[in-house]
Design a protein around this ligand. Structure first.
Ligand SMILES: CCCCCCCCCCCCCCCCCCCC(=O)SCCNC(=O)CCNC(=O)[C@H](O)C(C)(C)COP(=O)(O)OP(=O)(O)OC[C@H]1O[C@@H](n2cnc3c(N)ncnc32)[C@H](O)[C@@H]1OP(=O)(O)O
Ligand SMILES: Cc1cc2nc3c(=O)[nH]c(=O)nc-3n(C[C@H](O)[C@H](O)[C@H](O)COP(=O)(O)OP(=O)(O)OC[C@H]3O[C@@H](n4cnc5c(N)ncnc54)[C@H](O)[C@@H]3O)c2cc1C
Length: 664
């Protein structure tokens, strides 16, 4: 059977309304319409071609990214795209570049931390891209430890200026995207010093380059930090370094919405939590969770379509071979990833709601939910990006040898995606923030304060610490209350176990250091509970379309039960479930895989990705894999000539045994 016949046959088997599922995936009919229109707008424009990124030199790749960015900006203006449309348009451009940092970090940092006057001055320039900005926080010596940054901003009352200085090599800014070659400005984080006193890290708007000829301003040393992981991939981004040599900026360029420095040099501390200074990171972490679902879906779409096209073994007497998607091992690796894509989508929707809610509360000076918002954004960013990076690599392996080809789309996707485990907060460091939050919540349980939000379940500690799962048969694992209770009991017991172990240490910080590995596991268990509970909550909503809810139910329970299987040690060692109940979960999981199987291709079609966005020969909508693999191979520059360059110098001497003449 040809690839296109295979996929047509698969699509005919679907038991649900794919068009309605597309709307559930997008979040609303309007969101679907925008996403569909923007992705096709990008795909139809030859400037956004991505086919030769792997064979471009770094300079070509970078210049091509500038070209694409300029073209995108022109189209956004000509077509008067809304903010929502242009964000999605840039996303489907699928080319990491300075635009990401300008719009996702520089502009939000000014919006969140600038005074009204500062916003009035800087935002119109940034919104029209008359200035281009980046987010310069990380230094050569410190990234995770923000309080350890070394760059100084010393107030000089004589000139009413701050003097920015990099006192050591390790204080050089290192990593900011868009800094190396493009940005004219940056929000720079530096230690504020007034009257010889260090007030800790604060944000400043700093001009870096001359607006006439783009040269660095005197007192600024700047450049790109060099080639990063993978061909093409994130190398389109100019991650940069920056050093200040007593570089002066006016006092009104300190971002002063939170704390201030007066004309006399008096420091006026913030009367709101100083952590609001970290607000830009919280906002980006929230969007990274939604991005995780998109990246996971992309890899899964490629692996699912290819697994339906690919056949190996199983033929008798020359008949058709088995589609590899029919092997239970393939399903056991692939279907949980498909379920994870949907799970991350829905938890991303919820996190967006939570972030909007906390933002509104902060505007009304209600800071009560800030710790929860920080823990959720940090923990879910960590958990979903780790799972997605691993998932993309698993999808590559699911595609066998061809998955290793650049044109499968998976190597580049992995290389672009994997730094999400590090940027915007290292995943271990962020998960430890969740653990701290959990330890505080557990410590307060005896005080009578009922925990709220995502830790509300801890308020039922008495029950959850001693309950035994009442699962008796495999179908019981489709009972949402029973599944939730298992995840709640496991998460609470792991957190309480850490808290009890902490008590054994006289010094709590030392205890925390000793128990770091267990604390991370407790944080992950809590985050997995959030994802499962938000998926279950989604099922309780009104979901339209023939068979759509049924498919989502299957995906939800596949997500939950595969986690039980993967983290069985946690569930058994906390006595949350018995080995027999674990075995029933496995039986149910197998049954769910069989139910999902005929719908697998339609479930990835529901992502509505264009072939342009997928960028994969293996994941093509028409399944026409083999002829296109040949076409791609023939395009490789090595195939430009039949006899390769270097033959006469380095191959012929071997064959003719005249190695003395080889130019080694
Ligand atoms: C195939 C081709 C595909 C192409 C695809 C192209 C698509 C492109 C799309 C790409 C999308 C992505 C675009 C984004 C690009 C991202 C670029 C990355 C940018 C960066 O990385 S910026 C730098 C980020 N840096 C960090 O995240 C640093 C991490 N460290 C910290 O955040 C903090 O320092 C830490 C570790 C959380 C806290 O440390 P600690 O020492 O405890 O800190 P403090 O003393 O300051 O704080 C103590 C107290 O505050 C609480 N806290 C901490 N942070 C927050 C917060 N943000 N909000 C609220 N509260 C906070 C902390 O919990 C403590 O509370 P206590 O109650 O315990 O006192
Ligand atoms: C592609 C990319 C783009 C980036 N873009 C930007 C940008 O635009 N702007 C910007 O300012 N920065 C940017 N960064 C920097 C990024 O935010 C930092 O690299 C990140 O915050 C991690 O910090 P680090 O590099 O100091 O890691 P480190 O903290 O040095 O981590 C090294 C190891 O130590 C472990 N570790 C560290 N602290 C602890 C702890 N307390 N407990 C247990 N383990 C610990 C970590 O888990 C990790 O395994 C970017 C980075 C990358 C890779």
């Amino acid at each position: 059977m040809e690839g296109d016949d295979n996929l047509a046959h698969e699509r005919n088997k679907a038991e649900f309304d794919v068009n309605e599922m597309k709307i559930v995936w997008a979040g609303s009919r309007q969101a679907f319409e925008v996403s569909n229109r923007m992705s096709r707008l990008v795909a139809s424009d030859p400037v956004f071609d991505k086919s030769n990124r792997a064979v471009m030199t770094r300079k070509e790749l970078f210049k091509n990214t500038l070209r694409k960015s300029a073209h995108a900006w022109k189209l956004i203006n000509e077509l008067c795209l809304s903010d929502e449309e242009s964000t999605i348009f840039k996303y489907f451009m699928d080319q990491p570049g300075f635009l990401d940092l300008h719009w996702r970090m520089f502009v939000p940092a000014i919006k969140g931390q600038g005074t009204e006057e500062q916003k009035q001055k800087w935002l119109p320039l940034a919104n029209k891209m008359q200035i281009i900005g980046c987010y310069a926080q990380t230094e050569l010596g410190h990234g995770s430890n923000v309080q350890g940054l070394e760059t100084t901003a010393t107030f000089n009352p004589q000139t009413d200026q701050f003097i920015l200085h990099s006192p050591t090599q390790t204080s050089s800014k290192w990593w900011p995207g868009g800094l190396g070659k493009v940005s004219t400005h940056a929000v720079v984080y530096a230690r504020l010093i007034t009257n010889g006193k260090d007030h800790g890290v604060h944000g400043f708007i700093v001009q870096l380059r001359n607006l006439d000829d783009h040269s660095p301003l005197p007192g600024i040393t700047i450049g790109d930090i060099g080639v990063k992981f993978g061909n093409g991939a994130y190398n389109s981004m100019d991650n940069g370094f920056l050093m200040f040599d007593k570089f002066c900026i006016p006092r009104d360029q300190m971002l002063m919405r939170l704390s201030k420095v007066t004309r006399e040099g008096k420091y006026v501390p913030s009367d709101v939590p100083r952590q609001l200074m970290y607000g830009t990171m919280v906002s980006v972490r929230q969007t990274i969770v939604s991005n995780a679902s998109v990246a996971m879906a992309r890899a899964v779409c490629i692996a699912t379509r290819y697994s339906a096209v690919r056949r190996q073994f199983g033929s008798q007497n020359g008949g058709v071979e088995t589609q590899v998607i029919d092997y239970k091992t393939q399903q056991n690796r692939l279907f949980p990833l498909l379920a994870s894509a949907y799970a991350f989508r829905f938890v991303g929707e919820w996190l967006k709601w939570l972030y909007t809610d906390v933002t509104q509360r902060l505007e009304a000076s209600d800071f009560a939910t800030l710790p929860e918002a920080h823990a959720c954004t940090a923990g879910l960013k960590s958990m979903t990006t780790s799972a997605t990076s691993d998932g993309i690599e698993e999808c590559r392996k699911l595609c066998g040898g061809h998955g290793y080809l650049w044109c499968s789309g998976l190597p580049e996707l992995f290389a672009v995606y994997v730094p999400a485990c590090t940027y915007e907060g290292d995943n271990v460091v962020l998960q430890l923030q969740v653990a701290r939050f959990l330890m505080k919540t557990v410590a307060q349980l005896s005080s009578g304060n009922a925990p709220a939000g995502t830790t509300a379940y801890m308020g039922r500690a008495k029950h959850l610490l001693q309950c035994r799962s009442s699962i008796q048969k495999a179908e019981d694992w489709l009972n949402p209350a029973m599944v939730l209770e298992a995840f709640e009991a496991r998460a609470l017991r792991m957190a309480v176990s850490c808290a009890n172990n902490l008590k054994k240490f006289e010094n709590q910080e030392q205890g925390f250091s000793e128990l770091l590995a267990d604390l991370v596991e407790a944080g992950i268990a809590h985050c997995q509970l959030i994802v499962v509970s938000k998926f279950i909550a989604k099922l309780e909503r009104d979901i339209k379309g023939k068979g759509v809810k049924n498919q989502l139910k299957n995906l939800c329970y596949i997500y939950a039960l595969h986690l039980i299987h993967k983290h069985l040690g946690d569930f058994l060692s906390t006595n949350t479930i018995t080995p027999e109940q674990a075995s029933l979960a496995n039986n149910q999981l197998r049954s769910l895989y069989s139910q999902l199987r005929p719908n697998a291709v339609a479930l990835v079609d529901a992502f509505d990705y264009t072939d342009h966005y997928l960028g994969s020969v293996l994941g093509r909508y028409d399944g026409n894999v083999y002829p296109k693999l040949f076409e791609e191979a023939l395009k490789d520059p090595l195939n430009d000539s039949v006899v390769p360059d270097g033959y006469h110098e380095y191959i012929r001497p071997f064959i003719k045994q005249d190695l003395r003449s080889a130019r080694l």
